[in-house]
Design a binder for this molecule. Sequence first.
Ligand code: HEC
Length: 175
Amino acid sequence: MAGKDDLAAGRRSPRAVRARRAAIVIGLLIAAVAAGVAWRAGTWSAAPAPLSAASAAQIEQGRALYAQHCASCHGANLEGEPAWRERKPSGRLPAPPHDDSGHTWHHPDEVLLAITRKGMRPPIAPVGYQSDMPGFEGVLDEAQIRAVLGFIASRWSEQSRAHQARIDRAHRDPR
Ligand code: HEC
């Protein structure tokens, strides 16, 4: 029995000890959850924003860059080259559309960025793959490449944009 004498002797009752232990365990759990949330928030904000979430300013910048650097092959209206599914006499593929009718929105951001930076090169394409898609590294800086792809993403339907955002999230965090 925890009585006056125990308390007087500086000992706590078993019940008080249990309550204190429970409080410590709960406190540690809360701290762990908070740390987890903070860590995730940290990695999220450290990662660049998804292309599908480009700002209005990025989209405007991207629109001009697209007209200047991409439209000649991918079409002024993102419609791609005619008969874009059939190989040219050279054996190479034509430029596909960047709108919903193509497959740009089937790829995670990292793949779209890599293709735009380097063209169709390994590891995206097989070694020795022949393609007319030029790499824009050295022509456009990283912010411009993001802007032009952000503009392209802004032209997808709500559904396709959501689909691409899901693919991108799964690619970033494959858990
Ligand atoms: C000289 C023509 C040409 C220009 C200019 C060009 N592209 Fe391409 N692009 C292609 C071709 C051709 C392909 C298909 C390549 C293949 O599959 O071999 C392609 C494919 C792509 C793909 C992959 C699409 C998919 O669904 O697989 C992306 C992304 C892309 N281009 C982005 C761009 C961007 C962004 C620009 C402008 C900054 C641009 N391209 C300018 C010819 C071009």
